[in-house]
Design a protein around this ligand. Structure first.
Ligand code: A2P
Length: 330
């Protein structure tokens, strides 16, 4: 069966990658629609060798039969339009943070909790980019050794802040003042992603904490995070410190990571081989290296995790969810 599919926010950083990933993975699409704001309505995008005209997203965009819509046009747009699409029988896969913590909305990483797709009510949330790559790494370890506590420290690319973030680094390298970020990002590290909350954490940090618990189905898990924007265009890197309930053998842990779905283990520090943003850009897998025991606790490990934040961290993950849905339609 072929489906009708819409991309909302098609002109954006993630939107354009949706088109690329849908082409690469050859989803069975009958009718294809690209939508964005009035600003870019009428402009053209090429998909599978054909030109499509960008439509303005309105209340009537989902009057036509659309089976699946991939949304990446900001939280406000999702808040307003995802329920409209859902009411028309369209399944929305939403990349914004708007619906992620809603108890009626599954939050899904296909390698980790595909079973949660089953209870959707026409909206499924794509997790935060930094959370997605962490989940692919943590899930096999949680299954095996039961995670007690996690400490995230992230090194996040400017592409995570959309086109405007990308331009701030590009222009900042030429000496221009930032427009998107509150400080220069060139030659800098900003310990500030998304807005600050009352508890002193940023919203990005609390997304990692709360989404981790929801996806791993463990509200008791102790999780903390420091998220940092760094002058890198593509790929988020993360240092993850994990404490387990159970003891582990290093060989067994390495084997577990090596065999985990969606993981590439690149753990050969003696040869200077470890995951690097410049190498991982353009790939869909989550790369893991620098695996070493944390001797400061009874049973713990440190790992370094890198993934393409626009692909696995956004577009690819959403398209994988769409693939699961299509599989279940057959
Ligand atoms: P547009 O190009 O018309 O502004 P990015 O995060 O890379 O900046 O991309 C944001 C995406 O979300 C763009 O495709 C943008 O469209 C779209 N967008 C932003 N606001 C709206 C809106 N109110 N309605 C529909 N699409 C929107």
């Amino acid at each position: 069966k072929k489906i009708n599919l819409a991309v909302v926010g098609a002109t954006g950083m993630v939107g354009r990658t949706f088109l690329k990933v849908l082409e690469e993975r050859q989803l069975p699409i009958e009718n294809f629609y690209v939508m964005a704001s009035s600003r870019s309505a009428g402009s053209k995008l090429t998909f599978n060798g054909k030109e499509y005209t960008v439509e303005e997203l309105t209340e009537h965009s989902f009057d036509k039969p659309i089976d699946i819509a991939l949304f990446s046009a900001g939280g406000g747009t999702s808040e307003k339009f995802a329920p409209i699409a859902a009411a028309h029988g369209c399944i929305v896969i939403d990349n914004s943070s708007q619906w992620r913590m809603d108890p009626e909305v599954p939050l899904v990483v296909p390698e980790v909790n595909p079973e949660d797709i089953a209870w959707h009510k026409n909206i499924i949330a794509n997790p935060n980019c930094s959370t997605i790559q962490a989940m692919v790494a943590l899930k096999p370890l949680d299954d095996k050794y039961k995670i007690k506590r996690v400490v995230y420290s992230t090194y996040q690319a400017v592409s995570g802040a959309g086109m405007a973030g990308w331009k701030d680094l590009e222009n900042g390298l030429k000496g221009e003042a930032p427009k998107k970020f509150p400080h220069p990002i060139a030659n800098n590290c900003l310990p500030h992603i998304d807005v600050f909350l009352d508890n002193g954490y940023t919203k990005e940090e609390m997304k990692m904490v709360n989404e981790t618990r929801k996806i791993l189905h463990n509200d008791e898990m102790r999780v903390t995070a420091t998220t940092v924007r760094v002058p890198v265009f593509d790929c988020h890197s993360e240092s993850i410190n994990i404490e387990f309930e159970k003891p582990f053998e290093m060989d067994d842990l390495l084997e577990t990571l090596k065999n985990a779905p969606g993981v590439v283990l690149q753990n050969n520090s003696e040869a200077n081989e470890y995951p690097l943003a410049v190498d991982v850009a353009g790939h869909d897998e989550v790369y893991i290296g620098r695996v070493r025991r944390d001797d400061s606790v009874e049973s713990g490990v440190n790992i370094w995790v890198v993934a393409d934040n626009i692909r696995k961290g956004a577009a690819t993950n959403a398209v994988q969810i769409a693939e699961e849905i299509i599989k279940n339609m057959q």
